[in-house]
Design a protein around this ligand. Structure first.
Ligand code: 6GU
Length: 230
């Protein structure tokens, strides 16, 4: 898979994509990620990427020119099917099933806005898939791009190495994770549950399932309802 992230803050995104699992996935050739600055596609000598809204009002609006030019440039340099993703609080709420869908694509072109919003013709002309990461306001799409790219990349075959698999994870199963413990067996009087020390894999598995179910029931009953409907 290839991912192009188009942003006004490529260094911020690049730093995040250079650590941990994403770094490893890139080194392993599982994903190619490139961050591009809209400002490199500005059309005036001030390198403008935003301007005041027609009709007045507060804040600045991302201009069409640099956004269209940046998208068209990365797509021309990497022909083939591409999936345009626009990060905006007005988009569809991101979840694990959207992450899985995006992980099945070959080239994601991720557009991060900043300022008060995008010129509407960016939506109309580029017809991107619009995604939000939740019901709160961020100052820009960069943090959302990191969230989406992280959730997608770790689903790509080979991203987690041979040892791990994502299909037993929280949300993949439509449930929260069971409690985990590591050394020491007793910490400040708190003991690791006996079953986990028993060496009885069947009992351990059963305990974990019960714990996951109970935790989901208490904290996220909505997930169980959704699971029942599927
Ligand atoms: Cl994708 N962008 C911004 N600016 N704010 C958000 C968001 C995205 N998702 C939730 N809030």
């Amino acid at each position: 898979m290839r991912i192009d992230v188009l942003t006004l803050f490529p260094e911020v995104c690049e730093a995040f994509f250079s650590a941990s699992i994403i770094k490893r996935a890139r080194s392993a050739g599982v994903v190619e990620i490139s961050c591009t600055n809209f400002r490199d596609f500005a059309e005036d000598r001030h390198r403008s990427v935003d301007d005041k809204p027609f009709g007045g009002g507060p804040g600045m609006v991302m201009m069409c020119g640099p956004v269209f030019a940046a998208v068209e440039d990365v797509e021309a340099r990497h022909p083939g099917p591409h999936t345009r993703v626009l990060l905006t609080p007005q988009g569809q709420r991101f979840d694990q099933s959207i992450a899985r869908e995006l992980a099945g694509q070959t080239h994601l072109v991720v557009i991060c806005g900043h300022y008060e919003g995008f010129d509407e013709r960016i939506r109309l002309g580029l017809t991107p898939r619009e995604i939000s990461i939740g019901d709160y306001v961020l100052s820009g799409g960069e943090a959302a791009a990191m969230v989406v790219v992280d959730a997608v990349v770790r689903l790509l075959p080979g991203a987690l190495g041979d040892e791990a698999s994502t299909d037993q994870e929280s949300f993949a199963q439509g449930m929260l994770e069971y409690p985990q413990y590591t050394r020491p067996q007793v910490f400040r009087g708190m003991r690791v549950p006996e079953v986990l020390l028993s060496g009885d894999h069947k009992r351990v598995e059963q305990w974990r399932q019960e714990q996951a179910l109970e935790r989901t029931r208490q904290r996220r009953p909505d997930l169980l309802k959704r699971r029942a409907q599927e």
